[in-house]
Design a protein around this ligand. Structure first.
Ligand code: NAD
Length: 468
């Protein structure tokens, strides 16, 4: 048997990963028909409209260039599955509270439902690709589900092809990835399936960047990559606390450390902490996996990365309160940035949410602004998707359409997301509209501190002990 040539791809899950990933495949492989399916009709309608459901630089051009030609978005999951010869499973894999050590396990319900549907609907053999981030050995349970529910004559090869894109740079990451990782069983049929998917990527990715490994290595590599990235952030944030206590400067320390070619300069920026749907979830997966493998010391090690991140968020929020003379009751605080990082509208696990909640608990009045996050999303976040009643919070929160408007009358301006536009705001005008003393808390180390000080602001940053 030779590897098949992929002609029709279906992607189950039209989210932050499935949408951009498969849109890029369609753009780069005009000879392949790509159908992205989702149960969420609102999301599919948005993919088919001028107003895409997610914000990513460059995504509009990619989608609009291929949509209707070889790229389709549909709610007809069964048809998408039935027609495809290769199916990406790119559904959400959130965390859920679990028994072991009261830890957090991956909630694989969506993945299992999608897998079951593939087996039930398929009348021909398929290559099934795990695109979602999953715990190591998930392909084994997928195989059991597929084999137990398949029609006679249908066979399934399972591949792991984790996605390494970063939100905010998804399109450039997909166009020129550091690597594409494909894991397969080392059987003839597994290796053939791996070769078929490699050929798809080889349409634009240099072959030396397409890494083929064993199935379990591929699954674990994705968790490992995110854990290592998050660990760097927690390491630099832990050092930022030492800087504040000693007079060292975290930017200088990061620069000096990053110059060591063994360490490198990336991901060494101190901040309010990491957010996003992946880092925390994937580390907690690793913690759970370690616990279930009876490796408690390994679990403890990775758990500390998440605990350090929580500490950094609350440490920053406490610093704001301490600096404002130990009370923020009734004081107006502007929070600039709600997304978990710049160039995305995604707010999942955004540090802004916990910082805002801290301020609300201390009875501050909040004025919020983000260039890409909708007012509706901010309210969903503040109320934990309806779990917390909105009415008691409403009088204390306003959401503004510009940073300048949000800062009017604020006793403190808190930068939570590193949006470029915050660098070029008319800070003199903002200062003129603030009561005295006026504070800026730069949670992203992104502003020109000296310039703000020369205007009159008192500037507090992470990782420096300098006065105002
Ligand atoms: P998402 O929540 O944005 O999208 C998942 C989509 O899957 C949703 O629209 C949901 O409606 C759909 N879905 C769920 N079950 C379905 C089913 N049975 N049939 C059809 N559609 C179904 O999630 P995401 O951010 O795209 O993440 C997807 C996976 O990729 C996760 O495992 C995540 O950990 C991983 N990942 C995410 C990123 C990222 O930056 N967001 C990066 C790399 C990997």
């Amino acid at each position: 048997m030779a590897p098949i040539q992929v002609k029709k791809i279906c992607c189950i899950g039209a989210g932050y990963v499935g949408g951009p990933t498969c849109a890029v495949i369609a753009a780069k492989c005009p000879h392949i028909q790509v159908t992205i399916v989702d149960l969420n009709k609102q999301r599919i309608d948005a993919w088919n409209s001028d107003n895409l459901p997610i914000y990513e630089p460059g995504l509009d051009e990619v989608v609009k260039g291929a949509r209707g030609k070889n790229l389709f978005f549909s709610t007809d999951v069964d048809k998408g599955i039935a027609e495809a010869d290769l199916i990406f499973v790119s559904v959400n894999t959130p965390t859920k509270k679990s028994g072991i050590g009261a830890g957090f396990a991956a909630d694989l319900n969506y993945l299992q439902l999608a897998t079951r549907r593939i087996a039930e609907v398929s009348t021909t053999s398929k290559i099934v690709v795990e695109k979602s981030t999953v715990p190591c050995k998930t392909a084994e349970s997928m195989r059991t589900i597929l084999e137990a529910n398949s029609k006679p004559g249908c066979t399934f090869d399972i591949l792991s092809n984790p996605e390494f894109l970063a939100e905010g740079t998804a399109i450039s990451d997909l166009f020129a990835p550091d690597r594409v990782l494909i894991g397969s069983l080392q059987t003839e049929s597994g290796l053939n399936a791996c070769a078929s998917l490699s050929e798809v990527y080889a349409n634009w990715v240099p072959r030396e960047r397409i890494l083929t490994v064993g199935l379990w290595s591929s699954e674990l590599s994705k968790l490992a990559a995110n854990a290592m990235l998050a660990q760097r952030i927690s390491s630099i944030n832990a050092l930022s606390a030492i800087c504040e206590a000693t007079g060292a400067n975290i930017d200088e320390v990061a620069f000096a450390v990053g110059k060591d070619s063994r360490v490198g300069p990336k991901f060494l920026k101190a901040s309010v902490g990491f957010g996003g749907s992946c880092f925390q979830k994937d580390i907690l997966n690793l913690v759970y996996l370690s616990e279930s493998l009876h490796l408690p010391e390994v679990a403890k090690y990775w758990k500390a990365v998440v605990e350090m991140n929580e500490h950094q968020k609350s440490r920053f929020a406490r610093k704001v309160v301490d600096t404002l003379f130990n009370t923020i009751t009734g004081k107006k605080i502007a929070i600039l940035g709600w997304a978990f990082k710049k160039d995305t509208g995604d707010t999942r696990e955004s540090p802004s949410i916990s910082i805002a909640n801290h301020f609300l608990n201390e009875k501050a009045r909040l004025s919020l602004y983000d260039p890409q996050v909708t007012e509706e999303q901010i309210w969903l976040d503040l109320t934990d998707y309806g779990a917390i009643p909105a009415e008691p919070i409403k009088p204390h929160v306003t959401i503004q359409q510009s940073a300048e408007e949000a800062c009017k009358g604020a006793e403190a301006i808190v930068i939570c997301t590193e949006w470029d536009e915050f660098k070029t705001l008319d800070w003199e005008k903002i200062y003129a509209n603030c009561p005295r003393p006026a504070f800026v808390f730069d949670g992203r180390l992104m502003l020109d501190r000296k310039k703000l000080q020369s205007i009159g602001f008192r500037v507090v940053t992470i990782g420096t002990a300098d006065g105002y």
